[in-house]
Design a protein around this ligand. Structure first.
Ligand code: PGA
Length: 247
């Protein structure tokens, strides 16, 4: 299994920001891991053009569950693929919170993404209140069972564990907490999709940065990272890529 360093630019970046992509590719032309950047939809085609033939894949940050139709403001999986995307992030906690996305909706989106030939990067994670209440593993199990297609293969699916309280806060779980969740995730995914789970990438996300990447990547069943803020600058994301390639 090749490890995956994924960046989520969220609602950041105008066309000037693609200079960061050029800098990243110049510094890391052939890393020993996969690289993925998910820019705003407005930058997808341009970034995909720059990344063509390189070690960088590009992805969307969301897609609609339907293939086409009267859904103002939405983007279908096929449109992302047409713009050059190979992946799409689904069920990010910001989508779940800001847009009321349920597990059932994330599941429908994941099915649509896979049908369009995209890799579905399905996000899950507990809130701080849920962790404090001792509900972390139960919440993650329910999200996984509810949002991941049962027939997904390792090549069609990536899971990102992102504790909501660690996103954009500078706080990260302890190494023991990450290890507990990731080993639970592997077992739960096996129960859900079978043997494909062994080769499905499990990413950790939430305040990953150059200074903590190496210790997180040493945790068993952490097969990469989904990086928000630190993916915006080539020098920071590149350092995380280098840490993963060395792990
Ligand atoms: P962060 O975001 O790295 O800025 O904490 C992670 C994410 O939301 O994917």
């Amino acid at each position: 299994m090749k490890k995956l360093a994924a960046g989520n630019w969220k609602m950041n970046g105008t066309r000037a920001a693609v200079a960061e992509v050029q800098a990243l590719l110049a510094a890391h032309p052939a890393p020993a891991c996969e690289m993925l950047l998910c820019p705003p939809a407005t930058l997808l085609a341009e970034m995909a053009g720059l990344a063509a033939g390189s070690a960088l894949a590009v992805g969307g940050q969301d897609c609609h569950a339907n293939a086409a139709g009267a859904h103002t403001g939405d983007i279908s999986a096929a449109m992302l693929a047409d713009a050059g995307a190979s992946h799409v992030i689904l069920g990010h906690s910001e989508r779940r919170a800001d847009h009321g996305e349920t597990d059932a909706l994330v599941l429908a989106k994941a099915r649509a993404a896979i049908a369009a030939g995209l890799v579905a990067v399905v996000c899950l994670g507990e809130t701080e209140a849920q962790r404090d209440a001792g509900e972390t593993l139960a919440v993650i199990a329910a999200q996984l069972d509810g949002s991941v297609p049962k027939d997904a293969t390792a090549g069609q699916l990536v899971i990102a564990y992102e504790p909501v309280w660690a996103i954009g806060t500078g706080r990260t779980p302890t190494i023991a907490q990450i290890a507990e969740v990731h080993s639970f995730l592997r077992a739960r995914l096996s129960a859900h999709i079978g043997a494909e789970a062994a080769n499905t990438r499990l990413l950790y996300g939430g305040s990953v940065k150059p200074s903590n990447a190496a210790e997180i990547f040493a945790v068993p069943h952490v097969d990469g990272a989904l990086v928000g803020g630190a993916s915006l600058k080539a020098v920071d994301f590149g350092a995380i890529v280098a840490a993963l390639a060395a792990a």
